[in-house]
Design a protein around this ligand. Structure first.
Ligand code: PRP
Ligand code: MG
Length: 176
């Protein structure tokens, strides 16, 4: 498993001054630009799914890049996968939550009744920085009666200590 993670690191691409000057953007999903990288990501996510088998009733995936990881894991676990989306991108009756990002502010939404009361939720995203996004998403899921039992991100920016803001355990593939 460790070797796979080290191999995954080689596919991370670095973009200085994105999305704003002074921010070094680490793009884990550049792994998808490469056939071998994609297969490696799938292999790693399958191994993690094995650990979570039988413990999850629904995967909640964060827009934008969580959408790519969520279905891979949900298929492995044979559970549904629901979107937690930026305001304006989901139809129907929504529950909203505003939040602060490392760079800016936004509103997250989920569709009313997309989560059933008492469901054990796995929350997935690409990146954990300040934890503001996962915190807002977890508030939404709790409002819907869901029980977040696990979080999963591809990469964690450890010095921001985002996981300390969260009251559920986080698996991060790459610690930065
Ligand atoms: C990025 C990233 C995480 C979030 C992490 O998303 O994809 O979702 O920031 O930051 P935090 O832990 O400080 O909340 P962003 O909102 O920039 O947009 P995107 O996912 O649509 O690219
Ligand atoms: Mg995001």
């Amino acid at each position: 498993f460790e070797d796979d993670i080290n191999d995954l690191l080689k596919f991370v691409e670095y973009f200085p001054d994105f999305p704003k000057p002074g921010i070094l953007y680490k793009d884990v999903l550049s792994v998808l630009n490469d056939r071998n990288g994609m297969q490696l990501l799938e292999k790693i996510l399958k191994q993690i799914s094995l650990q979570l088998m039988g413990k999850i009733d629904c995967v909640a995936m964060l827009e934008t890049r969580g959408y790519i990881i969520g279905p891979i894991i949900a298929l492995q676990l044979s559970v549904p996968c629901i979107p937690v989306s930026k305001k304006g991108n989901l139809p129907g009756t929504l529950i909203e939550q505003s939040y602060t990002l490392e760079y800016g502010e936004d509103i997250l939404t989920i569709q009313l009744n997309s989560i059933k009361k008492g469901q054990r939720i796995l929350l997935v995203d690409d990146f954990l920085a300040t934890g503001g996004t996962l915190k807002a998403a977890s508030n939404l899921i709790k409002k819907s009666g869901g029980d977040i039992v696990q979080g999963l991100v591809l990469m964690e920016k450890c010095d921001l200590e985002g996981r300390k803001r969260l009251d559920f355990p986080i698996i991060s593939l790459i610690s930065d």
